[in-house]
Each structure stands twice: as structure tokens, then as C-alpha cells.
Design a protein around this ligand. Structure first.
Ligand code: G3H
Length: 193
């Protein structure tokens, strides 16, 4: 069978503080996941000897991959949805400082574009080359961010792209997609940390 392996980065300092965007380091728990991910790859990825690991350019995905002894590739296109002028804020701060934006996003999360940043639709567009490349690869683990994984996941699950913003992609979970001729099977392997 052909598998695609997906994971969010481990919990970051910003995740702990409820802030979006930024380029924070992993939290202590996030580092624990990074170390555990090496054991999980050995245990669950049948041909892990030929695995390739893709990350974004951001620190938290590279730290999450840092214990994995496989060839790595960094893609700018895997960076998190750019929150523009809301980068580094909590959702409460956004609601307070940019109330109209907060409401606009609530009304249409797929199309809403942060000022100076991106929408989910924008992320899907920039992911096109990644998805084409993934279709051609045999054995890849993609370590990236929540919004990006929602888009990749929706694509392979054949879900309408407008539904991407609501896909559930938990932290500290290795997701296995089994790509079949007419559908995709999902297995979620939760890290015991
Ligand atoms: O900042 C990006 C978050 O990972 C995506 O969360 O689109 O639900 O706000 P959200």
C-alpha cells in the first residue's frame, strides 16, 4: 500500500500562550513529542529506511524533525497560513483590536484573508506544487502546521476545499493516509507523552 505520513509540529511556546503565527520554539512537551516521533517512525512506518521528511522553514517544524535520521527537505510552501497584521496575537487580542476582521473571518473562514496575510484559499493555491510532488512520492512524512495540514488532508480525503478550515488535526498525533484507487483510509496514532 502507498502511505503518506502527516504530523503537526510539537506544541510550541506560542501554542501554550494561545498566540497565532510567529516562529516560536517548541515547549518542553513539544520536544518530548519530537523525541517520541523517532520511535514512532521506527515502530509504525514499515519501510522507514527509505523515508523522506519534509518540513516548513519555521523553527517549530524543524525542531520536531530534529531527531529523525532521514533525509530532509524544507519547503517555504509548507509554512503556516500567514496571519499578516494579526501575527503574534491571541484570538482575544484580534477580536479586540480588529473586531471587523474577527467577524469577517467568522462569517467566511475559507475566503477570509488576514490584512497583509493569507486565506485558506490562498494556502491551497500555494500548496499545489507540494500536492503534485506528494502524488509522485513513495514514502514521505510531512511535518507542518495546522492550517496547512487541514488543506492537505481535505485534498487527499476528497473533502470540498471550502471545508478545509474545519478539519480536525490534533497535536502529537502521527496521521497515516493510505492512498487507494477510489478513496483514502486514515489511521491516527496518538503519541503517548
Ligand atoms: O494560525 C493558524 C492556525 O493554525 C489555524 O487556526 O485557522 O483555526 O485560526 P485557525
Amino acid at each position: 500500500p502507498r502511505y503518506i505520513w502527516l504530523s503537526r509540529h510539537g506544541e510550541s511556546q506560542y501554542n501554550l500562550e494561545g498566540k497565532i503565527g510567529g516562529d516560536a520554539d517548541l515547549s518542553e512537551r513539544g520536544w518530548k513529542y519530537a523525541r517520541r516521533l523517532k520511535d514512532m517512525a521506527e515502530k509504525y512506518i514499515p519501510n522507514h529506511g527509505s523515508l523522506h521528511v519534509w518540513t516548513s522553514t519555521l523553527t517549530r517544524t524543524q525542531q520536531t524533525a530534529s531527531f529523525l535520521p532521514y533525509p530532509k527537505k524544507t519547503w517555504k510552501a509548507l509554512d503556516e497560513l500567514d496571519a499578516g497584521s494579526c501575527d503574534g496575537l491571541t484570538y482575544e487580542e484580534i477580536a479586540e483590536r480588529f473586531p471587523e476582521d474577527f467577524k469577517a473571518r467568522d462569517d467566511n473562514k475559507f475566503e477570509y484573508r488576514y490584512p497583509g496575510g493569507e486565506s485558506y484559499r490562498d494556502v491551497i493555491t500555494r500548496l499545489e506544487p507540494i500536492i503534485m510532488e506528494l502524488e509522485n512520492q513513495e514514502n514521505v512524512l510531512v511535518i507542518t502546521h495546522q492550517a496547512v495540514l487541514r488543506c492537505i488532508y481535505a485534498y487527499f480525503m476528497n473533502v470540498h476545499q471550502e471545508e478545509s478550515p474545519w478539519m480536525s488535526i490534533p497535536l502529537h498525533t502521527l496521521i497515516r493516509l493510505e492512498i487507494r484507487a477510489y478513496d483514502t483510509l486514515v489511521t491516527r496514532i496518538k503519541a503517548d507523552i
